[in-house]
Design a protein around this ligand. Structure first.
Ligand SMILES: [Zn+2]
Length: 119
């Protein structure tokens, strides 16, 4: 099992920065209409493991479909580095875009396909 690690990450221009403590054992590659266009790779963690260190003001919210997830992208560079939502049990959750983590080696990850398209 991959160990829990604290990662730093953020958007392309640097306006949005965060830290997240998580393990990257499950990285989801979603085929829904929105993710497929952008190639986002998701890792989910409880919101208590996440800290937005800068950029709350830089975020623009985008919602679609059932509008349960807040897709937060940077107003300046347009990159969605994380999203906020809730698990079915009500736990506040964040999904970070693994591509936006500093120094991440994407080749080392095992991707888990999820079928968001048919949901
Ligand atoms: Zn940005």
């Amino acid at each position: 099992m991959p160990e829990e690690t604290t990662f730093k990450g953020g958007c392309h221009c640097g306006a949005v920065r965060f830290e997240i403590t998580t393990d990257l054992g499950t990285v989801m590659n979603c085929n829904c209409s929105h993710c497929a266009m952008r190639g986002v790779l998701w890792n989910f963690a409880p919101e208590t493991r996440f800290a937005l260190t800068q950029g709350e003001d830089a975020l623009q919210d985008y919602q679609f479909n059932k509008k349960v997830i807040h897709h937060l992208f940077c107003r300046t560079c347009g990159v969605e580095s994380f999203a906020r939502g809730t698990m079915p049990d009500g736990t506040p959750t964040v999904a970070v875009n693994v591509r936006c983590l500093d120094g991440i080696d994407l080749e080392s990850l095992t991707l888990t396909p999820i079928d968001g398209r048919s949901k």
